[in-house]
Design a protein around this ligand. Structure first.
Ligand code: MGD
Ligand code: MGD
Ligand code: SF4
Ligand code: MO
Length: 719
């Protein structure tokens, strides 16, 4: 055993796509091996504990199935699903030098032949590190003249909707949820997806607070709540407007706050009058009395905090719903006291120096000579399937996609309309490069697979979307095998392409200083980061934004960053775009009210797994075991099962026009009748080789053109 003195402890940050961005201490032994990961007890928000997914992180870092060196598809090996554990057989090993040269040559040819906009990057938040998420990669693609990607798959609908009301994504600090007397978890799976908020909620409850959960699915959080409202999917806007109706009827609004801080109250009040509790009950599946009770409890309790999470915005009219819910604390003045307000995301607090970090100006040095067209990632299938005349998924017409660069993402598993995505990925005239840690549903279609690093193996800077700390994640160990970071990979590839700009040779440390807009004294000139420098981060690991040092109360007073300078109930911007300036409820096309319901009468919730992170971790035996109880199950109400002759444990086919999926039926009487649910898993680990996204569509949301996973109709039959 190594003596304790030979061990080093390094401050890192979990960079998975999770609001918590935990501070993680990694213990490294004399041989340079990580031997332990643990939460940093000094971080006030993440409090020294890790979720079950990351507590056993070394299983991932040192997994036997990690990709260890660059690979090229063997001549004649067809693209498409490969047998797990035998993926190597379709590829041959080569050196990084050979791989970079070959990729650079191929990109050059494709750019010449079809135009550089035929090259498309596809990335999301495999790492949320400031550098790993978007820095050297963006420089590279701007300089190349590649298409830009609209990163809409997760938070764009809600983010844009929130910003229409408040101008900036700020919210109640998570630590202040402790002070609330009422907490509403609205489409927020706190135990599964945001576990560090839970201790704050527990403390509030010890001090007498109540917890209400609004979610069609009985999550663990819902099961622990004082009141679980199993609302029908996609009807949240109706509920929020119904609450406004009651609040205004009973005079529970805060007139002084409304007068000082908001715009468009009269118009909103008129709109809310249409949403009587009776009408709202008809849509949401609640009773009118329940709608009234919720509104009264919310309107009368101070402080009341809403944890509005991302579930709502994955419905077709999720933008309108997020806007409506976001308006509630402005109506009651809940922002005025600590522990009140709402939180969708805190990401707007972190302002990085993106001009220098991402260099959008390099587009002017590209062969295009201007900013490239953009392609919406939520309609990837459309973009890949269209050949030569552009497509609906692209904002501007342009060439078909001939090269796809995937990193920080697994679209073969996570993108909607999986069969369309796969048909696109299988095109033999598409050149695909995937930078990954494991053989995923996407690498099965790659021409080149390149090994990527975990957050233990590179240095990065971190913000968060669920708290207000800037953190430094220091490289703790040498990369495993020949794995290389995103920054290294794109910097090297740029040099092979002959891009001579010096920014392609920047080191991670230099880039962190750039992101911080560090002055000569090393300190950041970004707003809120007066105390932040690379040196200070190295010493302390995590530093609160300056306005968060004590009692940050966003939107409690002062100017708001909207066009009117007020919280906008009524949006002139939407009005001038020809959209409804006020929130309203519209039933999703794929819902019980839609035409398609005659053939596909069940509303489907293709949910995230509590023990994976989207598709990440699904390949690890320990994580799969934790997910055992729900894995590959279709949860349905016994009534819906009975009418279809289905019993617990039966094999069932879940299908619609887009695809079919085989699962095992599991009765769940806490679901609303007419709603069925299943969890995400790797397609290649599922029977039939497809996952829930074989059923989801490329229809996009009302605001932000995001994906609409939770507005999906299906039918179910015994297999
Ligand atoms: N364990 C775990 N943690 C994760 C992730 C994971 O996959 N697993 N993913 C990470 C990512 S990428 C994100 S974006 C966050 C998201 O975290 P959350 O915001 O919690 O997002 P979701 O899990 O998509 O949805 C939350 C809840 O909304 C419910 N819901 C679905 N439709 C509706 C509706 O119409 N109305 C209402 N009221 N509720 C609805 C779902 O049943 C779900 O329980 O979590 C992150 N953390
Ligand atoms: N049905 C359904 N579909 C969904 C959702 C849902 O709730 N239901 N959620 C949606 C949401 S919210 C999101 S955010 C998306 C997420 O979808 P994706 O962005 O595709 O997320 P992951 O599936 O986690 O895949 C991330 C990949 O990045 C890799 N990776 C990690 N770190 C690095 C790195 O440093 N470099 C490189 N090159 N790769 C790295 C990981 O190994 C992993 O395979 O899925 C969406 N899809
Ligand atoms: S996934 Fe989230 S909760 Fe788990 S360690 Fe990472 S940041 Fe923390
Ligand atoms: Mo997400």
């Amino acid at each position: 055993m190594a003596s304790p003195s030979s061990l080093r402890v390094i401050h890192t940050v979990c960079s998975h796509d999770c609001p918590d961005s935990c501070a993680v201490l990694v213990t490294v032994n004399e041989e340079g091996c990580a031997v332990k990961v643990a939460g940093d007890p000094g971080q006030p928000m993440t409090q020294g504990f890790l979720c079950g997914k990351v507590a056993k992180y070394l299983d991932r870092v040192y997994a036997p199935d990690r990709i260890l060196y660059p690979l090229r598809r063997k001549a004649g090996a067809a693209k498409g699903p490969l047998t797990r554990g035998r993926e190597h057989e379709s590829f041959e090993r080569l050196s990084w030098d050979e791989a970079l040269d070959a990729i650079a040559a191929r990109l050059g040819e494709i750019g010449e032949k079809y135009g550089t906009e035929s090259i498309l990057p596809y990335s999301y938040a495999g790492t949320t590190g400031v550098l790993g998420y978007g820095s050297m990669d963006r420089r590279f693609f701007h300089r190349l003249g590649a298409s830009r990607l609209e990163r809409t798959i997760c938070s764009e609908a809600g983010g844009q909707a929130w910003n229409l009301v408040y101008g900036r994504k700020l919210g109640t600090p998570p630590e202040d949820f402790r002070l609330a007397k009422l907490i509403v978890a609205w489409a927020a799976n706190i135990h599964g997806n945001n576990v560090h908020l839970w201790p704050m909620i527990e403390q509030a409850r010890r001090d007498g607070a109540r917890l209400i959960v609004i979610d069609p699915y009985r999550t663990r959080t819902a099961a622990l709540a004082d009141w679980h409202i199993a609302i029908r999917p996609g009807t949240d806007a109706a509920l929020a407007l119904g609450m406004m109706h009651v609040i205004l009827d009973e005079g529970l609004e805060d007139r002084a706050y409304i007068d000082a801080m908001t715009h468009g109250f009269e118009q909103l009040a008129e709109r809310a009058r249409e949403y009587t509790p009776e009408r709202v009950a008809g849509w949401t599946g609640m009773t009118a009395v329940e709608v009234e009770r919720l509104a009264r409890e919310y309107g009368r309790t101070r402080p009341a905090a809403i944890r509005l999470n991302y579930g709502v915005q994955r419905a077709e009219y999720g933008g309108a719903a997020v806007r409506a819910i976001a308006m509630l604390p402005a109506l009651t003045g809940a922002w005025k006291c600590r522990g009140g307000g709402a939180q969708l995301s805190t990401s707007g607090a972190f302002v990085w120096n993106e001009q220098t970090l991402r260099r959008p100006d390099l587009a002017w040095a590209s062969p295009l000579g201007h900013e490239a067209r953009s392609v919406n990632m939520s309609t990837l299938g459309l973009a890949l399937e269209s050949r030569d005349q552009g497509n609906e998924g692209t904002r501007e017409q342009g060439p078909a996609v001939h090269a796809l660069f995937v990193y920080n993402a697994n679209p073969g598993s996570e993108a909607p309309n999986q069969n369309a995505v796969r048909r696109g990925l299988a095109r033999d005239d598409l050149f695909t490069v995937v930078h990954e840690l494991f053989f995923t549903d996407t690498t099965d279609y790659a021409d080149f697979v390149l090994p990527a690093t975990t957050f233990l193996e590179h240095t990065d800077l971190q913000g968060a979307y669920g708290h207000y700390f800037v953190q430094l994640s220091q490289q703790a160990i040498e990369p495993v095998g020949e794995a290389r970071s995103n920054v290294w990979f794109f910097g090297q590839l740029a040099q092979r392409m002959g891009f001579t700009e010096s920014c392609f040779r920047d080191t991670p440390e230099e880039m962190i200083r750039q992101a911080l807009a560090a002055g000569p004294d090393g300190r950041s000139s970004n707003p809120g980061m007066e105390d932040v420098s690379f040196e200070a981060l190295k010493e302390r690991g995590h530093i609160p934004l300056s306005f968060h040092r004590e009692g940050f109360r966003p939107f409690s007073a002062g100017r708001v960053e909207t066009p009117t300078g007020k919280i906008e109930f009524y949006s002139e911007a939407l009005a001038s775009a020809g959209s409804d300036p006020l929130p309203a409820f519209t039933p999703p096309t794929e819902s019980r009210w839609g035409e398609g319901a005659a053939r596909y009468p069940l509303e489907f919730l293709p949910r995230k797994a509590d023990n994976y992170l989207n598709s990440t971790f699904a390949n690890l035996a320990g994580h799969r075991k934790m997910e055992e109880r729900k894995k590959q199950c279709l949860e349905m109400h016994p009534k819906d099962a009975r009418t279809r002759g289905i019993s617990e444990g039966d094999r069932v086919r879940v299908f619609n026009d887009r695809g079919v999926l085989e699962l095992t039926a599991k009765m769940n009487s806490s679901l609303p009748a007419g709603v069925v649910a299943a969890g995400l898993d790797w397609a290649k680990l599922s029977p039939g080789g497809v996952n829930v996204n074989t059923l989801t569509s490329e229809r996009v949301t009302d605001i932000g053109a995001g994906a609409t996973f939770y507005s999906t109709l299906v039918e179910v039959a015994k297999a």
